[in-house]
Design a protein around this ligand. Structure first.
Ligand code: 3PG
Length: 206
């Protein structure tokens, strides 16, 4: 799978914050059952790498990746844990080099034409658009499609079930990401049926 193919795995990539690695497997199973196999586990908690490891080992139908990769060393750590893709909110030269070195597909974050052009200079055409809502939303992305038609995005940040379809309707959007599929209270209480139902609704968006 390359980064372009990653954008086509499913219309919505759940962005997950896991405090307890024991929640990882049931949560991933619920998302897969709901029709969303690509799961971004954010490296924002101490449990994140173990969560990636458990999903990679125990949920073969999931395509688990690591998100919030902000330091070069995290790219290698995530790859070692079994991540199949990497996502970062922004990009530096060092981070891009570290993510490239893993051999994994990655979505580096951009929020301007210049940032997208910097990645294009390295042959990178699939990117994260972050923070999607605050940076200008669907109107901004539509504007980028004119001068940069070769770039496709996964917008993330401030997207809701009500606004996701506006992004997905754009020619330069492959999928969107969001945390709304795994509400904190549902994860804390182990309400996997609710997570599955939210995933099913999102999977039907396209
Ligand atoms: C991200 O890292 O992509 C954002 O934190 C997504 O969060 P949100 O869907 O809650 O805006």
């Amino acid at each position: 799978m390359n980064a372009e193919e990653l954008l086509d795995v499913c219309p919505v990539v759940p962005v997950v914050v896991l405090r307890d690695a024991a929640d990882a497997v049931p949560l991933a199973r619920a998302l897969v059952a709901g029709g969303l196999p690509a799961i971004e586990v954010t490296l924002r908690t101490p449990a994140a790498l173990e969560a990636v490891e458990r999903i990679a080992a125990e949920v073969p139908d999931a395509v688990v990746g690591a998100g919030t990769v902000v330091a070069p060393g995290q790219a290698e750590a995530a790859a070692g844990a079994g991540a199949r893709f990497l996502v970062s909110p922004g990009c530096t030269d060092a981070l891009r080099e570290a993510m490239t070195a893993t051999g994994l597909p990655f979505l580096a974050g951009v929020s301007s034409a210049s940032e997208a052009m910097a990645l294009l200079e390295h042959g990178i055409t699939a990117m994260k658009f972050f923070p999607a809502k605050a940076a200008g939303g669907p109107d901004y992305l539509r504007s980028l499609a004119g001068p940069l038609p070769q770039v496709r995005f996964c917008p993330t940040g401030g997207i809701t079930p009500d606004t996701a379809a506006d992004y997905l309707a754009l020619a330069n959007v492959g999928c969107v990401g969001g945390t709304w599929l795994t509400p904190d209270d549902a994860v804390r209480s182990g309400d996997w049926a609710r997570v599955e139902a939210l995933a099913r609704k999102a999977a039907a968006l396209r």
